[in-house]
Design a protein around this ligand. Structure first.
Ligand code: ATP
Length: 376
């Protein structure tokens, strides 16, 4: 009999509300571990972020980087504080460094509405949103980070980088995702978002998109300019399936996606590469609410659920996939009651209340369905 090795998770709680949402998230994973009779996960806690930079002069120390690079997955809270900056004025952001160094080119940002929360848009179709934004996360305009060309005090030039190698992988990822979603009932469509009418780099991006689209004849491929997409996402977000875009545009549009779900605290993400993956809420460290118990932990919990499902699929471990599904289902159950409205949506449900309700919902889940997901 072969025993499965434990999968290693590098945990980087980070700054501000990062640790406030990470701690209860790990407690819920521990609860799932118990319910499933062991999920085969090992957690290594790593120091990184603005607090770390303040203490040690480095945003992500070598030992943390080593643990993260060797991990099967990285679970991240939030990093950065407005007052902690590099000498050139940029905020420290080791999460962006990780995306580049681990080649996490596909930033997955699901936009799914959860029934029971206040409506963001009046149209009832907005209550059933299910689209995914795929944000390229290693190049684009962010490639200029730390490499600005300063021309005295007269001008600063930041260069937008689009490469064929990364774009092809990105588009293949988006088309395969649309194919998977189509099998589960979605439209089977990928929309490329760019500014191809103005910039050569985006014309190139769009050209590669349609070249790759030819390999996926079962998936519809179309495109839109980013400014028009800003409008469409507010007027008819339900009409989209998979959106794929450049790094900076993805950064901006994923916050629009978060707003469509009710706020930053609702939006999970996964930054995926061929060999590594980081799972973290879309939000930052939210210093304006840190330490008040008001942080919505949902984005963190949904990111952890994405991680469990991704690990389950990658390592063929059904218990992990089921645990991720159970966690998502428990979150949906809690909000469906209509009794938990997070602070950011005008309610009074703080971190503790939401986590306690999710724990209770997990407890109440049918033991028979848990057994079905248990390892053979
Ligand atoms: P970054 O640039 O690092 O992504 P940011 O500067 O865009 O971060 P956030 O830290 O994400 O900003 O905060 C934006 C707003 O959303 C703030 O008002 C913050 O309080 C709110 N916010 C962010 N996350 C949460 C959360 N989990 N729960 C409640 N409110 C949140």
């Amino acid at each position: 009999m072969t025993t499965e090795r434990d999968l290693r998770i590098a945990v980087l709680p980070g700054d501000g509300i990062g640790p406030e949402v990470m701690t209860p998230c790990l407690e819920l994973i521990a609860r799932l571990d118990q319910q499933f009779g062991g999920l085969g996960l090992r957690f290594d806690h790593c120091d990184a972020g603005a607090g770390c930079y303040r203490k040690q002069g480095v945003a992500i120390p070598d030992d943390s980087l080593q643990l993260a690079s060797n991990a099967d997955a990285i679970l991240l809270g939030a990093m950065g504080l407005p007052e902690v900056r590099y000498p050139d004025g940029r905020e420290i952001a080791p999460q962006l460094d990780l995306r580049e160094s681990l080649e996490l080119y596909a930033g997955l940002r699901p936009v799914r509405s959860l029934p029971g929360l206040p409506a963001v848009l009046a149209d009832p179709r907005a209550q059933e949103l299910d689209l995914v934004l795929v944000r390229e996360s290693t190049e684009g305009l962010f490639a200029a980070r730390g490499r600005s060309e300063q021309r005295g005090d007269e001008a600063v030039l930041d260069t937008l980088v689009i490469t064929r190698r990364v774009s092809e992988r990105l588009f293949d990822f988006a088309f395969n995702l649309a194919r998977q979603r189509k099998a589960a009932g979605s439209q089977g469509r990928v929309t490329c978002i760019d500014k191809a009418n103005v910039l050569g780099a985006f014309a190139f991006f769009r050209k590669i998109f349609f070249e790759r689209a030819e390999r996926y004849p079962d998936i519809e491929a179309d495109c839109a300019y980013v400014d028009a997409m800003g409008l469409h996402l507010l007027q008819r977000p339900w009409s989209f399936d998979v959106l794929v875009t450049e790094n900076m545009f993805g950064d901006i549009l994923s916050d629009v996606g978060a707003a469509l779900m009710g706020g930053m605290g609702m939006a999970p993400s996964a930054d995926l590469g061929d060999d590594h993956a980081v799972f973290q809420p879309c939000h930052g460290s939210a210093p304006d609410i840190a330490g008040q118990g008001k942080a919505n932990p949902t984005a963190m919990l949904l990111s952890a659920a994405l991680m469990l499902k991704w690990l389950g699929e990658r390592h063929h471990r059904n218990a992990l996939s089921s645990a991720g599904q159970q966690l998502e289902a428990a979150i949906a159950t809690v909000f469906a009651t209509g009794r938990y409205i997070p602070y950011e949506q005008g309610g009074d449900a703080g971190t503790h209340a939401i986590v306690a309700a999710v724990a209770e919902a997990l407890e109440a889940q049918n033991p028979a369905s848990l057994a079905a997901g248990a390892p053979a």
